[in-house]
Design a protein around this ligand. Structure first.
Ligand code: F6P
Length: 537
């Protein structure tokens, strides 16, 4: 990949001029062009991506595409899919796309297929009840023990695909907070529970602590030899799994070239396949593969991940918007914002560029969100009338899964109403007219009207799918994965390492040891004071 500081490109300089010329144009003015919705909508498979309610013109789009070309996006895409070690600081390729690549020439095809077959056969045995627990009973509950990418992807998908779930109850233990694990296991019957320990490295403190606690609880209730029928592991670290006491036949391997936060497509997705069945898991992969193909082949101006990434760069680097909201209008996607927080912020929360130089421009955005309509009754006030510019993705589906048209129409009426309101706002003249019709006195109108004005001009992108299915979900997640990649290319940062989480981990290990000898520990005065208070010493 080229290591180009984006701010030195010709396109960037043109964008700066263009920004000054257009920054005060209101979206309402842009919509005087009746073709705008058509010009700024991408129809792809079952999705409609309408990005017309963004503060851009065709020139903005052209210049952003020029920027993508100038930083060598096409070459970067080729390197990404071609298996180059684009995660250079860890010396690894980034090949989660190979896990869903349906072509005959897919990277590591034989290995991937072998693991997929193992997942398929194992999930079938568990779901059908053929696999028996140690006392001869079938499995009723599955507990995924993992954190970060070994938790967020699986839990987000299992929640999202609840409609497609089978009889197995799925639980997730992630936090090292012992109350979390105790709350989960207190209701479980060890005789009918399967534990899936998921850790790419098999060194993560949280996961190993939870796994050890659960294993002890399990052995105390049953016995040591029962572990073989109830514990499986997903990892690259086969030695550590063996040390933990899990037999090799219960291990589902993964690979260094699959990053933790992009690993739900691998055996990390075992709990997904267990929850919804292998065929649905395959559909999820298929949907992602379709989006991979779109990303690789569509021209940049019609390419969903490219356009959404460029919009994000536009707001982040020119409008200086610091955050982006993700608002799914389906309760099933309630964990999507949390999942994307890791995917996006762990990837692009970097301040050193690919040349090892500190960047002098903004990189990764802060991601947040909650499902609509709940979020409307929580933080939408700030998006509508606060001082910050918050570009938002509105994600919805034409059809509800339970065919409850009455509810779905209400939900989607809100979905469309919000983006329209955010765009148009409400002028003072409109406020006065409304209050006058409501027979509010002139004096009161003068007092109230400033508070009731909405400036509008708040950008949104509408991502409207046909129906939430494993396939459409796979496409949606893959879209965000590639958006992350494009942003990283433009910002000239390494999106696939995560050194930033290491320091806290190291210090926590030190502090844990210091608990036994607080007086001789060495920390700043604030931390020492707190440690002494915590340990009451
Ligand atoms: O938070 C850091 C991190 O390394 C994530 O990138 C990863 O998803 C998570 O920890 C869990 O790691 P592992 O799967 O190795 O337990």
């Amino acid at each position: 990949m080229k290591n180009i500081n984006p701010t030195t490109t010709t396109a960037w300089k043109k964008l700066q001029v263009h920004f000054q010329e257009t920054k005060d144009v209101h979206l309402k003015e842009l919509f005087e062009d009746q073709n705008r919705a058509v010009d700024f909508t991408i129809h792809w498979e079952d999705f409609v991506v309408d990005y017309s309610k963004n503060r851009i013109t065709k020139d903005t789009r052209d210049l952003l595409v020029e920027l993508a070309n100038e930083v060598g996006l096409q070459d970067a895409i080729d390197s990404y899919f071609g298996g180059d070690a684009i995660n250079a600081t860890e010396g690894r390729a980034v090949m989660h796309t190979a896990l869903r690549d349906e072509s005959d020439t897919a990277f590591a095809k034989a290995e991937v297929d072998t693991v997929k077959k193992a997942i398929q056969s194992f999930t079938q045995k568990i779901i059908s009840g053929d696999h028996k627990g140690t006392t001869g009973k079938s499995i009723t509950d599955v507990v995924n023990i993992g954190i970060g990418g070994s938790d967020l992807g699986p839990v987000m998908i299992v929640e999202a695909l609840q409609y497609y779930k089978n009889h197995l109850n799925t639980h997730f233990v992630s936090n090292v907070d012992g109350d979390h694990v105790m709350e989960i296991i207190k209701e479980l019957d060890p005789e009918t529970t399967l534990f899936v320990i998921v850790s790419k490295t098999f060194t993560t403190q949280e996961t190993l602590s939870n796994a050890r606690t659960i294993r002890k609880w399990f052995v105390d209730k049953l016995d040591e030899k029962a572990v073989a029928n109830h514990f499986v592991a997903v990892s690259t670290n086969l030695e550590a799994i063996e040390d933990f006491g899990i037999v090799s036949s219960n291990v589902f391997p993964m690979w260094e070239w699959v990053g933790g936060r992009f690993s739900l497509w691998s055996s990390v997705g075992l709990s997904i396949a267990l929850a919804v069945g292998y065929d649905h898991f395959e559909q999820l992969l298929h949907g992602a593969f379709k989006m991979d193909t779109h990303f690789k082949t569509a021209s940049f101006d019609k390419n969903i991940p490219v356009i959404t990434a460029l919009l994000s760069v536009w707001y982040n680097n020119f409008y200086k918007a610091q955050t982006e909201a993700i608002i799914p209008y389906t309760q099933y996607l309630h964990r999507l914002p949390a999942y994307l927080q890791q995917a996006i912020m762990e990837s692009n929360g970097k301040s050193v560029d690919r040349n090892g130089e500190e960047v002098a421009y903004e990189t990764g955005t802060i991601i947040w969100g909650e499902p609509g309509t709940n979020s409307q009754h929580a933080f939408f006030q700030l998006i509508h009338q606060g001082t910050k510019l918050i570009p938002a993705d509105f994600i919805g589906f034409r059809k509800s899964l339970h065919n409850n048209t009455d509810h779905h129409d209400k939900l989607m009426a809100n979905f469309f109403a919000q983006t329209e309101a955010l765009m148009n706002g409400k002028t003072k003249a409109q406020v006065i007219e409304e209050l006058t019709i409501s027979e509010v006195s002139r004096d009161r109108i003068d007092v109230l009207s400033p508070f009731k004005v909405f400036t509008g001009n708040k950008p949104t992108t509408t991502i409207l799918g046909e129906k939430l299915t494993p396939k459409s979900l796979g496409s949606l997640i893959s879209m965000y994965e590639h958006k992350i990649f494009v942003q990283g290319v433009i910002w000239n940062i390494y999106s696939y390492d995560q050194w930033g989480v290491e320091l806290g981990k190291q210090l926590a290990t030190k502090i844990l040891k210091d608990f036994d000898q607080i007086s001789s520990a060495s920390h700043d005065v604030s931390t020492m004071h707190l440690l002494k208070y915590y340990k009451n010493s």
